[in-house]
Design a protein around this ligand. Structure first.
Ligand code: NAG
Length: 318
């Protein structure tokens, strides 16, 4: 892999995008979030759940490019993921992608369609070179366990799909790709076959969805780091671990800002690989879950000022 540094003028891009913010209160210095995110998750749907247009996706990718060097997608979503790649090829040469294949046992066609769309998108070199990781399923095994479903069948579909993706790469001599799934920690402990099957362990850590009560954002981040430490020691695997989701609802802005700042600093000090959840609010969800966005549902208005001045986006493209 060849690494070059793309001279993306982050401060300029960020400044242009924050001028759009009408709420001056959010631009107070105490609301500054300092630094770049290791990764950010993205769903190409509007606040009401409608598929986004090219122009909207392109705007989001321009912003993304100023905040992170990697995005995580959950699904091919028809041609939506392909549109994300098209936008990235236009506005963000250095962005890497963690690509997700959707798996839901109740919709077997969905995985077939996702695979097909994914492999088509990967036939284009400029798309494929962005993809570092592929995930099959988003907490699918946990969902099957909770619903008392056919857990063995889900594990088997996931592991065989992982194998298919790997052999597709191998047969075309496309080089390295890390293929795995995304689930919560306890699922991996109860299903060691999953750890066996993956190239990397994708784990969601969501401090809000635990029994813990946090009074500060820093506490929530510190708890997340100790959870990560526990995962590392319990898994005892040499395979890389990616925290595929970590975030906090944004109702309490002070708490969120402290959480994000502690996360950015601590994760970088401790070498934790993560994707921040998520780029924008999901208006189509309910309660706290709708409010995890770093931006509003339209993906335009930032909840904070991001101070990424002087940082550049790494590129392995070309
Ligand atoms: C993936 O699962 C996580 C955890 O349940 C959830 O927060 C996220 O919204 C899911 N992604 C999608 C696209 O449904």
């Amino acid at each position: 892999m060849r690494f070059t540094t793309v001279a993306v003028t982050i401060s300029f891009v960020a400044a242009a995008c924050f001028q759009a913010a009408s709420d001056k209160a959010i631009l107070q210095p105490h609301n500054v979030i300092a630094g770049m995110f290791k990764g950010i998750t993205y769903s190409p749907f509007s606040g009401s759940g409608v598929a986004l247009q090219n122009s909207e996706i392109e705007k989001h990718m321009t912003t993304m490019c100023s905040l992170t060097e990697r995005i995580r997608l959950y699904s091919a979503d028809g041609d939506l993921a392909a549109k994300v790649f098209t936008a990235l090829n236009k506005v963000c040469p250095g962005m890497e992608v963690i690509y997700g294949l959707w798996h839901d046992p109740a919709q077997p066609d969905r995985l077939r369609q996702d695979k097909k769309a994914f492999l088509q998108t990967m036939d284009d070199d400029s798309n494929r070179k962005r993809v570092t990781h592929v995930t099959v399923g988003n907490e699918s095994v946990m969902k099957a366990i909770t619903a008392n479903g056919d857990v063995a069948a889900v594990v088997s579909t996931i592991t065989s799909t992982i194998g298919e993706v790997r052999s597709h790469w191998a047969s075309r001599k496309w080089g390295n790709i890390l293929v795995g799934t995304v689930d919560i920690d306890t699922t991996y402990y109860s299903h060691p076959a999953l750890v066996e099957a993956v190239d990397f362990v994708g784990i969601n850590i969501q401090p809000k969805f635990t029994d813990q009560v946090f009074t500060t954002g820093t506490d929530a981040a510190v708890w997340s780091f100790s959870k990560y430490g526990e995962i590392v020691s319990k898994l005892a695997t040499k395979k890389p671990i990616v925290v595929t989701e970590i975030g906090y609802p944004t109702k309490d802005k002070t708490m969120l800002r402290n959480f994000v700042n502690a996360l950015l600093t601590g994760a970088s000090e401790q070498g934790i690989d993560y994707c921040y959840f998520e780029f924008k609010d999901a208006g189509f969800k309910s309660g706290d879950e709708a409010t995890y966005g770093l931006f509003d549902s339209a993906g335009l208005q930032p909840k904070f000022q991001f101070n990424t001045a002087g940082q550049t986006v790494k590129s392995n493209i070309g």
